[in-house]
Design a protein around this ligand. Structure first.
Ligand code: CU
Length: 176
């Protein structure tokens, strides 16, 4: 999980807790009080101060249940961010066999490029740079264990050492 995602998750949890407390503190009003919803009810709100989250009629439990379900769903989707090795088990190099072979990933997933430092590098390039095996102006990584967090769309990576890119050390990775 990247730091950014952890930050989002923490923020979401705080929001959930505050939201749940807000709902739990909300008051349920019986519209019209003992007279109910009837002639004369239009005077009923006089002098009453409502706050956001107050419930007219008594559906509070349903709202809490829905809020909890939404929070669980949101958290599940955030925690699915994964770290994926570039090139699969073979790593970043000559034996990638076309990886990622059309598979797509999620925004926030991390691609980890593992290789012997000095033997290869990783350069994030445009589609034109990818097609031409030209790393000019690209973002260069060279540690041998480089991690790149995916953003929306297709990201292009090549090795710019020797003719490696032309020999297949390149990958176009798409995140949705
Ligand atoms: Cu290389």
């Amino acid at each position: 999980m990247s730091g950014k995602l952890e930050g989002s998750a923490i923020f979401l949890v705080i929001f959930m807790v505050l939201f749940t407390i807000q709902i739990a503190n909300a008051t349920t009003y019986n519209v019209g009080d003992d007279g109910g919803w009837d002639i004369g009810v239009s005077n009923w709100p006089n002098g009453k101060n409502f706050k956001v989250g107050d419930v007219l009629g008594g559906k509070r439990v349903t709202i809490i249940a829905v809020a909890v379900m939404l929070c669980v769903l949101l958290q599940t989707s955030i925690s699915k961010a994964a770290t994926i090795p570039a090139g699969g088990a073979n790593g970043w190099g000559f034996n990638m066999n076309g990886w990622p072979n059309g598979q797509t990933f999620k925004v926030g997933d991390v691609i980890e490029f593992k290789y012997m430092a000095g033997m290869h590098n990783v350069v994030k390039v445009s589609k034109a740079g990818f097609d031409a095996c030209d790393g000019t102006g690209g973002q260069v990584f060279s540690s041998g264990d480089d991690k790149v967090t995916l953003v929306q769309g297709t990201q292009y990576f090549i090795c710019t050492i020797g003719p490696h890119c032309s020999n297949g050390v390149k990958a176009a990775v798409t995140a949705n």
